[in-house]
Design a protein around this ligand. Structure first.
Ligand SMILES: CC(C)(COP(=O)(O)OP(=O)(O)OC[C@H]1O[C@@H](n2cnc3c(N)ncnc32)[C@H](O)[C@@H]1OP(=O)(O)O)[C@@H](O)C(=O)NCCC(=O)NCCS
Length: 154
């Protein structure tokens, strides 16, 4: 399977939004992705393409020397094939090339799959944001990646 990772474009937004709604109980409105691409200068959108289908998406905010993974999701048809980790690594390496020295993100306390992926690449739990997710009052774990220089699976 060939996975092409490239920057997100406006043409990708409907497919990206579909992945978002299939993946999250609080999806972003479609216009938010358009805003990220056209009006937010700190935003970096990425997609993974498999045989001309958008299989995964990621939005990262890049502020001074920090990369914040704002959202990442793989279409249910394409999960557990290594696409999520490829997209995460690619975008982190790109942020590193732009000058990022650390990365962080929030993840639902109950989202074991995503936490496993982040831990595999060196992210560590750095704090808890109580009741961060408004649909069910679930806590967010704040995860940090400090060892940015050696981005390899642990
Ligand atoms: C989390 C998510 C992006 C992972 O993408 P993926 O392409 O399926 O994951 P990969 O195949 O690249 O797996 C990478 C690692 O993630 C972990 N992982 C992925 N799915 C997992 C699962 N269902 N259970 C446990 N660990 C899992 C494993 O550590 C895996 O490494 P391994 O294959 O060596 O065991 C995907 O499950 C998803 O889109 N979930 C819904 C949206 C979401 O939760 N996004 C994260 C928000 S913070």
């Amino acid at each position: 399977m060939t996975v092409l990772i490239r920057r997100m474009t406006l043409e990708d937004v409907p497919a990206v939004h579909e992945i978002d709604t299939l993946s999250f109980s609080l999806p972003w409105p479609e216009r938010s992705f358009r805003f990220e691409l056209t009006e937010n200068p700190v935003s970096r959108g990425w997609v993974a393409e498999v045989e001309n289908r958008i299989a995964a998406m990621l939005v990262m905010w890049f502020i001074i020397d920090e990369a914040h993974v704002a959202t990442i999701a793989v279409h249910p048809d394409f999960r557990r094939q290594g696409i999520g980790e490829q997209l995460l690594l690619y975008s982190l390496r790109s942020a590193q090339a732009e000058g990022a020295r650390r990365a962080f993100l929030e993840v639902r306390a109950g989202n074991v799959a995503a936490q496993s992926m982040y831990k595999k690449y060196g992210f560590e739990v750095a704090g808890v944001r109580r009741g961060y997710y408004k649909d069910n009052n679930e806590d967010a774990l704040l995860m940090n990646l400090e060892k940015f220089d050696s981005l390899e699976a642990e």
